[in-house]
Design a protein around this ligand. Structure first.
Ligand code: SF4
Length: 167
């Protein structure tokens, strides 16, 4: 019944935790840049800004953020300058505000499909497949630290799942 111990956090583990996300944003910028470099730069700027908004809107309600144990190091990046609004919970804010990250995930595959239909090329297909992989890889990497956290009301990994399943 003991919680999984949190893995030790180092600069290397923080970089590893963010690697797929950074790779997806850079490859997405490249892919969208094949359509228009201006749009590619707008996508990159939005991706960075959306993570800042996620830090402000969702992270302050997460137990990892408050304890300084976020595997992705978001508490370090923000200097924990964002504070939770009393009465709000992680689950509620996650459901209401996670949309801010979705354009960063969906735009590269959509632009990739458009480019494949209008002018097929193998580099575009390769970039599309790698960017689409992020849909599976990103939730998998974040799930590992959700499992180790007992203080977060996470819609992705409800803490009462085991007791519900065993009932
Ligand atoms: S675990 Fe997720 S929600 Fe929690 S502080 Fe880190 S990035 Fe934010």
């Amino acid at each position: 019944m003991t919680a999984n111990p949190l893995p030790t956090r180092t600069p290397w583990t923080i970089l590893r935790e963010n690697a797929w996300q950074i790779a997806m944003y850079l490859l997405g910028t490249l892919l969208i840049g094949l359509l228009s470099w201006l749009l590619g730069l707008v996508y990159l700027a939005y991706s960075l800004a959306s993570n800042g908004m996620y830090m402000a809107w969702v992270c302050p309600y997460c137990g990892h953020y408050a304890l300084g144990t976020c595997a992705a190091g978001f508490d370090l990046i923000s200097g924990r300058r964002f504070r939770p609004v009393p009465g709000r919970t992680f689950g509620r804010e996650f459901r209401r505000r996670s949309w801010v990250l979705y354009p960063g995930w969906f735009l590269p595959p959509l632009v990739g499909l458009y480019l494949l239909v209008t002018s097929f090329s193998w580099p575009v297909l390769t970039l599309l497949v790698v960017c689409a992989d992020a849909f599976w890889l990103l939730p998998q990497t974040s799930k590992s630290h959700c499992e180790a956290c007992e203080t977060v009301d996470s819609p992705r990994y409800p803490k009462n799942r085991k007791s519900t399943a065993g009932a």
